[in-house]
Design a protein around this ligand. Structure first.
Ligand code: MF3
Ligand code: CO
Length: 310
């Protein structure tokens, strides 16, 4: 079988293909993501125009095997995770009423330069800054501006850094000065969602178990789970497949195996889960608060290791 006998496609493409051989379909079913990989010999690749992107089998295998990191990759990614944890903790300590998110971003950028790493958000598909600073009803991807932070706000600081091709990503929401009881409950329940999600991230469980745990906890606290954004695998890129959903049925999706590294990042809304976007900016449709918290998790033989700290 030559190179052209293999293909890689999105899950929707793969499952839609009438010619797909069994093995590839199994593969696509075992994943649960937006850029899911399907791999398999295909009889009509040469003439296929619609459904398939051709690829060399080595490349396709690389993509699939990329989910299981090597020992060296784990060491390097863990180093980056330590660095981003220090950076996030510092950034959170700088938050104070009266400062603009633009100023906060400038301080973070200076620190990133001092650390000798790259701030991966800046320039990513045109994103203008090193940090995503999402205040109050902003769900994610808040672009720093001259709006001043004020007592009672909540702010999510979301950072991604890279060095020598290894990536780390984490985020946390905190209050600016004293915040309302309800805001504080939202922030703590979001953190609980994350820690429950992490507890579910063990070998033998599936991505669905993580999402189910998070959704159950959020909804039993009368909050809602954002569907438009999810966690993701990470390490050799900022966002790797598959996605790590914060919702959905248990026991579904990819089975977790030692060597996988991914970000769990529940985005929890005070009100309805709908999000409205304008360019990057993503806000709750009902204008109520949104909170997020993100860790990088490595699946180990016996459970997991949280690579980030905050
Ligand atoms: N942690 C964010 C995410 O996973 C990072 C986004 S960087 C941006 O979506 F450049 F896309 F904003
Ligand atoms: Co992330």
């Amino acid at each position: 079988m030559g190179y052209s006998d293999f293909c890689v496609g999105k899950s929707s493409e793969v499952t839609a293909c009438p010619e797909l051989v069994e093995g590839a379909l199994d593969y696509s079913k075992s994943f649960d993501g937006y850029n899911t990989v399907g791999l398999g010999p295909c009889p009509r690749l040469a003439s296929c125009e619609i459904l398939y992107r051709k690829n060399k089998p080595e490349k396709a295998m690389e993509k699939i095997m990329g989910m299981i990191k090597t020992q060296k990759q784990i060491i390097e990614i863990s180093k980056m995770a330590e660095l981003i944890s220090q950076l996030l903790q510092k950034s959170l300590s700088w938050v104070s009423p009266g400062m603009s998110t633009f100023d906060l971003d400038a301080m973070i950028e200076a620190e990133i330069d001092r650390m000798g790493v790259i701030g991966s958000c800046k320039g990513y598909e045109g994103f203008p800054s090193v940090s995503c600073l999402s205040v109050n009803d902003q769900v994610t991807h808040g672009i720093p501006d001259d709006t001043l932070l004020k007592e009672g706000d909540i702010i999510d600081i979301d950072l991604v850094i890279e060095r020598n091709g290894y990536f780390a990503d984490c985020s946390k929401t905190i209050g600016v000065g004293k915040i309302s009881k309800e805001a504080s409950r939202l922030v703590s329940v979001t953190e609980e969602c994350l820690s429950r999600g992490i507890k579910a991230a063990i070998p033998g469980n599936t991505l669905g178990d993580i999402g189910f745990t998070i959704q159950s906890h959020a909804e039993s606290n009368r909050f809602s789970v954002v569907r438009d954004y999810t966690g993701h695998f990470i390490g050799l890129d900022m966002h790797e497949d598959p996605m790590v959903k914060n919702y959905g049925p248990p026991h579904k999706g990819l089975e977790l195996k030692p060597g996988m590294i991914f970000c769990i990042e529940p985005m929890i809304n005070q009100g309805w889960r709908s999000v409205t976007t304008r360019g990057w900016d993503a806000r709750t449709r009902d204008g109520k608060l949104s909170s997020r918290c993100e860790h990088m998790v490595l699946i180990t033989k016996t459970g997991n290791k949280v690579l980030t700290s905050h």
